[in-house]
Ligand binder design. Structure first.
Ligand SMILES: Nc1nc2c(ncn2[C@@H]2O[C@H](COP(=O)(O)OP(=O)(O)OP(=O)(O)O)[C@@H](O)[C@H]2O)c(=O)[nH]1
Ligand SMILES: [Mg+2]
Length: 613
């Protein structure tokens, strides 16, 4: 026999693929053409395992739980069961705490295999009891591979206590589960997991508890899945038996569970061993005995439950796919809020360069200082060549104003950039805050521009200024005035180009609006006019402007990335939903081809003995 470690069986694919071949090849196995089904389920398992729901949408937590439930069920039950259709029938005994589940199991196998007690809930880790002949199958851990098998009762979570009982016929095993409506979360979750691995659910309730809501919820969903269900109404006072049984039957019929065999057990005393008297459990014991003896009936039960569970995958996986699509849509929506905020920031810079707002205050003052006094320029001819000569001359003697103008340009631009970066961060932050998934991704520092933004903006502007000088040098290389290659000529022209970028298109060709509006001197106006009138400067300015906007785009993209990286890290693959849906459709097709569904209908024998119905 091959032994599979937990990890091998958990991972599913290789172990299942290996098993399914031999399982279907054996002659003594039920003849289903299930070859395609395990493969389709393995694919579905992989798709569900890969699905992520990281964004905090209302649908995310339920989806995560559903995904875990589905992968558990595939690993715990569907895949191993499909690979071994002839394995012993697993009856999971489930119901409310204190209903007498453990006592019932002990009584049915005639041994105290599971502790029964007055402290609620008593059963915290599950106990599986089977005939010694079947213990190898349950021990090898194909079924419920995540539970560690123990030979002793254990309080450790994640264990399954295995016990053999010769009084129990081969082919049938009982799993005593923790209470399904437990106040202990772990108990409830485990009970749900175990029920999902049941070939048959023996639902145990009492005369006092049978109308409780939670079990009915679970019963309904088990019924919807087509799980084989048998019912035990325990501890019924003999005088009320008829009335209670009738009421429960009505409830069962109303829930479309009328076909489930129902056993009514009268209230009685437990013996010194904590076991129920034989006469009380006899009808139930006999019913299980018949089921154990009838391989065909057992196989029908297994196939009914298996087919129902596999059939129920499709709608559940569809819901999962919807949740996955929601994740992608939410990530897109969050990204769009950020992009919109930073696009607006870029637009503001773009407008700022166009509307002349940068050509004010300090920049304008330094510009005027740079080009000189009215005295100096009164004699200036509008011819650009002459102008440049003058400017060179002016700068030659006075380098300080050039440096100051450059600094003024830098700080003016940085101020604008800081403003737009702050506003964009605020807008992106608010946009995310108003979105449940966005709010969960926010950090307080995202409400502002990056701490080092001013520093990076300054560096960017200086790089741009250097770039403008490079441009002047390269573009004007063959021109008369730069041919002199005087550093000051390049410097002066570069600054004029930067000013031209600031004054930009709105003021070309006159440039007078800004100059006059800002109260500049006649000389400065003349210079502006001269500059804007020169095609070469205009070409340079338009290139410099593009270069500046490119650099602004990069700078702001780095800012936006602080947000976008978060959605990027959380973003589920766009095709998750589609992959899930396709995988579910393939499973559904394979299920129909498999012939499993032929077993649908009342596979369970009727409870036709005394005390049964
Ligand atoms: N008198 C009487 N006591 C019973 C009967 N069935 C169970 N008990 C007692 O009721 C208590 C609870 O029974 P358990 O078998 O532990 O109940 P359980 O459903 O396994 O409970 P949890 O493990 O907590 O979910 C124990 O003290 C049993 O001895 C019965 O038919 N008659
Ligand atoms: Mg118990």
């Amino acid at each position: 026999m091959t032994t599979h470690g937990d990890s091998a069986t958990r991972s599913g694919a290789p172990a299942v693929a290996a098993r399914s071949g031999s399982a279907t090849g054996d002659d003594d196995r039920p003849a289903t053409s299930a070859e395609g089904l395990p493969a389709a389920l393995v694919d579905l398992r992989a798709a569900i395992g890969a699905a992520r729901f990281p964004l905090a949408l209302p649908s995310a937590e339920p989806a995560r739980r559903t995904a875990t439930g589905l992968t558990d069920q595939l690993d715990d039950y569907l895949l191993p069961r499909l690979a071994r259709l002839d394995a012993p029938l697993l009856v999971v005994v489930g119901g409310s705490t204190g209903a007498g589940k453990s006592t019932l199991v002990n009584s049915l196998v005639q041994a105290r295999v599971s502790a029964a007690g007055v402290l609620r809930p008593t059963t915290r880790s599950p106990v599986l009891v089977c005939n010694p002949a079947d213990s190898a199958w349950f021990r090898q851990g194909e079924l419920l591979p995540g539970l560690t098998r123990t030979n002793e009762p254990s309080d450790k979570p994640g264990t399954l206590h295995l016990v053999t009982a010769p009084a129990l016929p081969a082919g049938l095993a009982f799993l005593d589960a923790p209470d399904i409506d437990s106040v202990v979360d772990a108990n409830r979750a485990l009970a749900g997991q175990l029920l999902a691995a049941a070939d048959l659910w023996l639902f145990v309730t009492t005369a006092a508890r049978y109308a409780d809501a939670v079990p009915w919820e679970l019963l309904r969903s088990a019924r919807a899945r087509g799980t084989a269900i048998a019912m035990v109404l325990d501890r019924v006072p003999p005088e009320a038996a008829d009335e209670i049984a009738a009421h429960l039957s009505e409830m069962l019929a109303a829930q479309d569970l009328g076909a489930a065999p129902l056993f009514v057990l009268p209230e009685t005393w437990v013996d010194g061993q904590g076991l129920l008297p034989d006469r009380v459990t006899a009808p139930l014991g006999a019913w299980f005995g018949r089921l154990a003896a009838d391989a065909e009936a057992r196989s029908a039960v297994v196939r009914q439950t298996l087919d129902g569970a596999i059939g129920a995958l499709h709608p559940t996986v569809d819901a999962l796919a919807d949740a996955a699509d929601e994740q992608v849509a939410a990530a897109d929506a969050l990204d769009e809020r950020v992009r919109a905020a930073y696009r607006a920031a870029e637009r503001t810079v773009d407008h700022g360069l166009k509307d002349g707002r940068l050509l004010r205050g300090e920049v304008l003052a330094r510009w005027q200082e740079f080009v000189g006094t009215g005295e100096f320029f009164r004699t200036l001819e509008a011819r650009i060549g002459r102008l440049r000569d003058r400017m060179v001359a002016a700068v030659t003697g006075r380098p300080a104003p050039a440096a100051e103008l450059r600094t003024a340009i830098e700080s003016q631009l940085v101020t604008l950039l800081r403003g737009v970066a702050t506003e964009a961060a605020e807008n992106a932050y608010t946009g995310w805050k108003a979105h449940p998934a966005g709010a969960a991704l926010l950090e307080p520092e995202l409400a502002h521009a990056s701490a080092d933004f001013a520093e990076r903006a300054e560096r960017m502007v200086r790089d741009w200024q250097r770039g403008v000088l490079e441009l002047v040098r390269a573009e004007g290389g063959d021109r008369r005035f730069v041919a002199r290659t005087a550093a000051y000529a390049v410097n002066a022209t570069g600054l004029a180009v930067m000013i031209a970028v600031f004054a930009s298109t709105a003021f070309i060709p006159t440039g007078l609006e800004v100059a006059t509006g800002a109260g500049t001197t006649v000389a400065a106006q003349a210079v502006l006019q001269a500059i804007f009138g020169d095609q070469a400067v205009r070409n340079l300015a338009s290139k410099a402007r593009e270069d500046l906007l490119d650099r602004v785009t990069t700078l702001l993209a780095e800012e936006a990335a602080r947000f976008l990286d978060r959605t990027g890290a959380a973003r589920p693959a766009a095709e998750t939903g589609g992959t899930l849906r396709r995988a579910a459709v393939e499973v559904e097709k394979a299920r129909h081809r498999s012939g499993l569904s032929g077993a649908a209908g009342a596979a369970l024998p009727a409870a036709d003995q005394d005390g049964g119905r």
